[in-house]
Design a binder for this molecule. Structure first.
Ligand SMILES: Nc1ncnc2c1ncn2[C@@H]1O[C@H](COP(=O)(O)OP(=O)(O)OP(=O)(O)O)[C@@H](O)[C@H]1O
Length: 282
């Protein structure tokens, strides 16, 4: 499998402060990789290193098999798109004119603008000046800009933090379409629902280190205690332990035709993270 990002023993110190320490991971082509962690855990620092905006203190980071320090060369810039807080749009231009400017810069046909505006649900706002946009509209305009040139790799730093659920869902559908076409996505988020919905694999970052890395469903299974939540017809909710004792109790309730529903008691990604770090993802 082709690896688009490779990171080995990566460390970044700001003065004496270790923002990242001994970070290792790979991201495969076409994968949506979630980089999750609480505020200040080093997510944006990692994106900045991977996009060539910041130098690592030590370790190796390769994107498209190139050391990330060389990514600011024009031939690589064309291959990736970035959405961060500061992905600059010109305030005094309309959404359309901003995108047109980037089309000229990246040699993209202007007809692509309508496609990306549709993907971010901004077709009807394209004549609005960026300075007049709501926070959510601005975030969607930045997203449109990030995938305007159909990059092979997208870095999305909290792409839906300012969006309502309907717009988030619309964006998720668009991102899934992109990955179907082979785009690789490196996503940071605080939103565990977003991570479960979009990500093929997730890494949990805490105190500058990756604490866990796997597919969401495998992590949920790994941290499940195999207990079952059982709702009975008399309104009682039981939590039955895994193993023979739980199975025996469940069998008796089912034989007596008392059971309305049975659910596995798997933890959410948020539960797992809080369990590991002892803090909320905020
Ligand atoms: N230029 C800088 N100079 C000094 N310290 C910095 C600098 N940039 C980041 N840091 C520190 O490095 C740590 C990681 O910051 P980073 O922005 O990567 O976190 P994050 O996980 O993206 O947080 P958030 O979810 O709040 O965006 C923080 O403690 C931050 O204060």
């Amino acid at each position: 499998m082709e690896q688009i990002i490779k990171v080995k023993s990566l460390a970044k110190f700001f003065g004496n402060y270790p923002a990242l320490e001994d970070v290792h991971f790979e991201v495969n082509k076409g994968e949506t990789f979630g980089f999750l962690g609480p505020s200040g855990s080093g997510k944006t620092t990692t994106i900045k290193i991977l996009t060539g905006q910041l130098l690592a203190t030590s370790g190796d980071a390769f994107v498209f098999n190139q050391p990330t320090a060389s990514l600011n060369k024009a031939k690589y810039r064309r291959k990736f798109g970035v959405l961060t807080d500061n992905s600059g749009l010109y305030d005094r231009l309309t959404i359309y004119d901003n995108l047109k400017l980037f089309c000229d810069l990246y040699d993209v046909p202007a007809k692509r603008i309508n496609n990306v505006l549709e993907m971010v649900n901004l077709e009807n706002e394209q004549k609005k000046m960026v300075s007049k946009l709501s926070k959510g509209m601005k975030q969607r305009a930045q997203l449109a800009r990030a995938f305007l040139h159909e990059p092979e790799l997208l870095f999305l730093d909290e792409p839906t933090s300012a969006l309502d659920p309907a717009n988030s869902k619309h964006i998720y559908d668009g991102l899934r379409e992109l990955t179907k076409g082979g785009t690789t996505i490196f996503l940071t988020t605080h939103d565990m629902h977003e991570a479960e919905t979009l990500c093929d694999r997730v890494a949990f970052l805490h105190k500058g280190k990756i604490q866990l890395l796997d597919e969401p469903k495998k992590l949920r299974r790994q941290f499940s205690d195999s207990s079952l939540q059982v709702l009975l017809k008399d309104g009682r909710e039981l939590l039955l332990p895994g193993g023979p004792n739980g199975a025996k109790a469940l069998y008796e309730h089912m034989q007596a035709d008392k059971v309305v529903s049975i659910h596995s008691n798997e933890p959410t990604l948020g539960d797992i993270f809080v369990g590991i770090t002892g803090r909320e993802l905020v």
